[in-house]
Ligand binder design. Structure first.
Ligand code: COA
Length: 193
């Protein structure tokens, strides 16, 4: 297994690896058809096995504090994408991608990492095992059909919302969890590297 920098002709393999890795997670419907690009400098690595992309990590890097990360107290890097193909999970690939990225971050004088993930316990376990600590969280609320009644209203005639994705950062989390069927905790993790 080789870890190297992402190249433009990796895009299809990158997309497939990402979508399959999300299949049985709380991000199952977060599907990209084009790879994300970043405004700031980035570290974009892939893990390759027999010519196939089996893992990926994308980190956007700060040149000035608080331009990308919200919870880092010094120059930080934000993990925007991290995925290992399901057939290759639990073999240390995610950890190796992180370690290689951290080496490159240190060379850029970046000493903190920030990441957000939903409430898949095994993914949270991976972050904690790799030295991350949770610093805060808020809720991702996905409202469908009747759940929108009395909550979301269109100001345009004949436009009837049937789905809504919302962030909730208030105190009444239990009320939100009771009211809506699909609610995820989105947890923010930070690590000193
Ligand atoms: C989280 C992820 C990147 C970890 O990469 P990995 O190469 O599988 O993990 P590693 O081999 O480095 O570490 C293994 C640890 O990860 C966790 N883990 C990884 N895959 C797992 C699985 N299929 N089931 C349960 N735990 C798993 C466990 O904590 C495991 O430690 P353990 O074996 O001591 O229990 C990868 O599993 C993944 O792609 N998950 C789905 C996508 C995702 O949620 N990405 C992050 C979104 S922000």
């Amino acid at each position: 297994m080789l870890i190297r920098e992402y190249q433009t002709d990796d895009e299809e393999g990158w997309l497939r690896c990402r979508v399959l890795s999300f299949l049985h997670t709380a991000y199952y419907d977060n599907v990209l058809q084009e790879k994300e690009t970043y405004d700031h400098p980035s570290i974009e690595l892939v893990a390759v096995e027999d010519g196939k992309i089996v893992g990926l990590i994308d980190i956007e890097c700060e040149k000035a504090s608080k331009t990308v990360c919200t919870e880092c107290s010094s120059l930080g890097g934000m993990i925007w994408n991290l995925a290992v193909h399901p057939d290759f999970q639990r073999l240390g690939i995610g950890q190796q991608l992180l370690h290689e990225a951290e080496k490159r971050l240190k060379a850029r004088n970046i000493d903190q990492l920030e990441a957000y993930t939903r409430d898949d316990e095994w993914v949270n376990h991976w972050y904690r095992k790799n030295g991350f600590h949770q610093v805060n969280h808020y809720l991702h609320v996905i409202m469908e059909n009747n759940e929108l009644n009395g909550v979301i209203k269109s100001s345009l005639k004949k436009v009837r919302p049937i789905s809504c994705f919302a962030h909730y950062a208030g105190e009444e989390e239990e009320m939100i969890k009771d009211k809506f069927n699909r609610v995820h905790e989105c947890r923010c993790y930070r690590k000193n590297i």
